[in-house]
Design a protein around this ligand. Structure first.
Ligand code: CA
Length: 519
């Protein structure tokens, strides 16, 4: 049985907070049925794999604990598009008591102030001590989910854990060439140049691809190595907050200078010439063919290649290394997990038991409910060992991904609950754990832009201008990297065009909404 290391106490950011008190469940004396819409990518309905005749074991346990019974009433079961399902639900005028699932933040913030959903502020303050404590322990999150009227209308799925992606390098290639791990952007340039020129895979051919990425946006993210930014959240190309104001990274002078360097690296063959077209198979192909030298990708899945390619690529050792320092000395890991998802659940206006419902939602933030939401059933999927939930060997060694096993019993699904990083740490490989511990020794992360809720007028301005501005930004960006045009020479015209297209109007509504929401 694997044991948890002490470092998880350092890593877990949110879900480790103890509940206020042991709750006196059941919530009601006699069983109370509440109808639920639960539509998300893994299941279009509240039941095992979306089959609502198969009640989740976790639902059975929650019924036993609370006396609240959720009864499936999901709309749009024939589509995997949760937005389309939500439209059907809103149009029906016949809303279930609870509306949950994927990407509900935008619709509840649009229709909540119009009366379709119940505001939760007072309900939580008065009846949900565990959720209330979560907000107190994690300042800023309640504000981030609020609608433009200042109320909030859903309880989100709250991911735990800090790190997502990391920089990985072929340590065996460094060793073969007698090189140290690059510590600065200039050293990285030297290393990638050596990867290109000096045949680290030893086949006598100049076939190495020094930097590659499954997502071409990761080549753009290299601008962070020269003090620029590529996004403010876990969404590519997002706005970010700079000195208290919302700005866009692709309209900043730092980006002009940094992207010029990225274009130079691309021209020199340090970045995969096919980075914009190779797509999601890039990592699998370039690693298994012993061609790729460095990437920026998820800790857990990328670490898996050391096991997958053992004995297939001789000496293969692809390990996380620290973000190289920029010319100003900044070391930034721009990607991190977002603390709030737009997924979760809300109480509709037709619900005649809002107090019982919010108490039920609070149950999932209690110690008992959080264990159920994260780890499955005690004795079936996990045991408590020295006070910690520990997966049984039958789960860890089953061959099926642990997350898929959890979905099958009704844990880790898109209800509103605090995720517990102990869930993932138990099946994170040792090389990824060492990388996470390395990253944890430095202050590499920055706060994320968690989005804003627009008024109707603001939304109209944003919708009118932003999609075409974004398209133009990305077209120009790709052209510059590919060597069509020179970003420094073109910069003034580019900025003028952005302003002609309405960038300043977009930033104005962004900042008005930002100030209203976050104060
Ligand atoms: Ca070679």
């Amino acid at each position: 049985m694997r044991r948890l290391s002490l470092s998880i106490a350092m890593l877990a950011t949110t879900a480790m907070t103890a509940p206020v008190q042991a709750q006196d469940y059941p919530i009601v004396d006699a069983p109370l049925e509440l109808s639920i819409h639960m539509h998300w990518p893994r299941a279009q309905g509240y039941g095992v794999g979306g089959d609502t005749s198969k009640i989740y074991p976790v639902e059975e346990a929650a019924r036993a604990a609370t006396n609240i019974h959720l009864i499936d009433e999901t709309f749009g079961k024939n589509t995997k598009d949760s937005g389309e399902a939500m439209n059907l639900l809103i149009a029906s005028g016949n809303m279930p008591d609870i509306v949950g699932g994927h990407l509900i933040k935008q619709p509840v913030n649009e229709f909540g102030p119009q009366g379709a959903f119940q505001p939760l502020n007072d309900l939580v303050d008065e009846h949900a001590p565990n959720i209330k404590k979560f907000w107190e322990d994690n300042p800023g999150l309640k504000e981030a989910i609020a609608a433009y009227d200042g109320n909030y209308y859903y309880i989100p799925y709250l991911p735990d854990g800090k790190y997502g992606r990391a920089y990985f390098i072929r340590q065996d290639w460094l060793d073969a060439l007698g090189l140290e791990q690059p510590d600065t952007v200039d050293e990285l340039y030297e290393v990638l140049t050596a990867f290109r020129n000096n045949d680290p895979n030893g086949n006598g051919m100049k076939d190495e691809v020094p930097f590659f990425a499954r997502n071409w946006e990761e080549a753009i993210r290299l601008v962070t190595l020269w003090d620029a930014r590529s996004s403010g959240s876990d969404t590519f190309h997002d706005f970010y907050v700079k000195d208290g104001a919302v700005v866009h990274p692709y309209a900043e002078d730092a980006y002009r200078d940094a992207l010029a360097n990225v274009a130079q690296w691309y021209e020199e063959g340090l970045i995969d010439p096919e980075v914009f077209t190779r797509g999601s198979s890039a990592r699998e192909y370039l690693l298994s063919e012993n061609l790729g030298g460095m990437t920026h990708d998820w800790f857990a899945s990328t670490s898996g290649y050391n096991v997958a390619l053992e004995g297939k690529v001789e000496g293969f050792n692809f390990i996380p290394f620290l973000p190289p320092a920029s010319p100003s000395g900044r070391r930034l890991e721009e990607h991190r997990r977002i603390p709030i998802k737009p997924d979760g659940w809300a109480i509709s206006h037709t619900n005649e038991n809002p107090v019982e419902t919010i108490k039920y939602m609070d149950f999932w933030f209690s110690e008992q409910g959080s264990l159920l939401a994260n780890f499955g059933i005690e004795g079936e999927q996990y045991e408590i060992v020295d006070g910690e939930p520990v997966y049984k060997d039958s789960v860890l060694a089953s061959g099926d991904p642990v997350n898929a096993q959890m979905w099958a019993v009704g844990s880790q699904i898109q209800r509103g609950y605090p995720q517990d990083y102990r869930y993932e740490w138990q099946w994170t490989r040792d090389s990824a754990r060492r990388g996470i511990e390395l990253y944890d020794q430095y202050d590499l992360l920055v706060d994320q832009f968690l989005g804003v809720a627009f008024t109707k007028d603001e939304q109209a301005i944003y919708d009118r201008h932003w999609p075409s501005i974004r398209t133009y930004m990305l077209e120009r960006q790709q052209a510059w990297v590919l060597g069509s045009g020179d970003i420094k020479a073109d910069w003034d015209d580019y900025v003028e065009t952005l302003n002609d297209m309405g960038l300043q109007d977009v930033l104005e509504v962004m900042n008005a909404a930002y100030k209203r929401q976050y104060g």
